[in-house]
Design a protein around this ligand. Structure first.
Ligand code: B12
Length: 226
């Protein structure tokens, strides 16, 4: 993996994490992650290494070598890693929030790890985050938009079929006359530029850090301009 900005003494540990995740060796993953943290690895590097391992698991699942139980184990390993005190993302403690984000995983999709990481990163940056959970429909999002008046709606969509439900969210907000009042950002495996143009949302992000940066720029709190 790319370790060009790496401050670690032993970057090979990150490759070891990728391999241990791929083999679903939970104890080894935890041991290597703890070691990597001691060696100076950043939270982003650890998340990236685990994601690379999960990609391998996804590939082996497609090839029929791994089953759903293996996907579940992979998810559990990631959740355990994120619970480590040194990696836990917490609210920055600011009393004033810089804006409200309404967050969910889209209809029919139960994957929530990416959503949880985005939530933590947004809280750390000073946002108030209202997390609706998983498998959330367009109409539920419209209702919560009326109730909470968020500045931004952030949607996680991992399954390929999510794109059509995201378009539904955009369309229902237009019908409800709310679309001009809120920005929409999406992230997750199923999202890419063409999909986003089709859905009508404002932005997509490959990872949570890019996503939070975009959200901050919308509220003129730093990050990229758009
Ligand atoms: C763990 C896992 C599961 C777990 C999920 C546990 C959980 N609590 O989330 C369980 C076992 C439940 C599961 C179930 C299924 N899964 Co699954 N799963 C995975 C796996 C291995 C890892 C997903 C993951 O958590 N990655 C780690 C997180 C951090 O990555 P991420 O979600 O992409 O998030 C990052 C970015 O995308 C982004 N991001 C994500 N959300 C957001 C939101 C915003 C706003 C922003 C800005 C950014 C952002 O930032 C994050 C960090 O950088 C992937 C394989 C893979 N390559 O990822 C398959 C995978 C996603 N699953 C897949 C499939 C097919 C399924 C099932 C249909 C299997 C089945 N036959 O039952 C079911 C579907 C259930 C459902 N209705 O949702 C396919 C999806 C194929 C597709 N393109 O549609 C994959 C790709 C595996 C594969 N290669 O075939 N799965």
């Amino acid at each position: 993996m790319n370790t060009s900005i790496n401050t670690m003494k032993n970057p090979a540990t990150l490759d070891g994490i990728v391999e241990a995740v791929k083999k679903i060796e939970e104890k080894k993953v935890m041991k290597l992650v703890n070691y990597a943290i001691r060696e100076g690895a950043s939270q982003a590097q650890i998340i990236e290494a685990i994601q690379l391992g999960l990609d391998q698991i996804g590939y082996l699942f497609e090839e029929g070598e791994y089953g759903v139980t293996d996907l579940m184990m992979a998810g559990i390993i990631f959740e355990e890693v994120l619970k480590l005190p040194s990696l836990k993302l917490i609210n920055n403690g600011a009393e004033e929030t810089i804006g409200t984000i309404l967050l969910c995983t889209i209809e029919r999709d139960l994957h929530d790890i990416g959503k949880s990481i985005f939530k933590s990163a947004a809280l750390m940056s000073g946002f108030r985050v209202e997390d609706m959970g998983i498998n959330i429909t367009a109409q539920e999002i419209v209702s919560e938009t009326i109730r909470l008046k968020p500045d931004i709606i952030a949607i996680s969509s991992i399954l390929a079929e999510g794109v059509k439900y995201i378009k539904g969210v955009n369309d229902d907000l237009v019908i409800a006359g709310l679309r001009d009042q809120v920005k929409i950002i999406v992230g997750g495996l199923s999202t890419h530029r063409q999909a986003i143009e089709y859905t009508g949302v404002d932005a997509y992000a490959h990872d949570v850090y890019e996503g939070v940066k975009q959200c901050k720029s919308w509220l003129n709190k730093g990050g990229e301009s758009n």
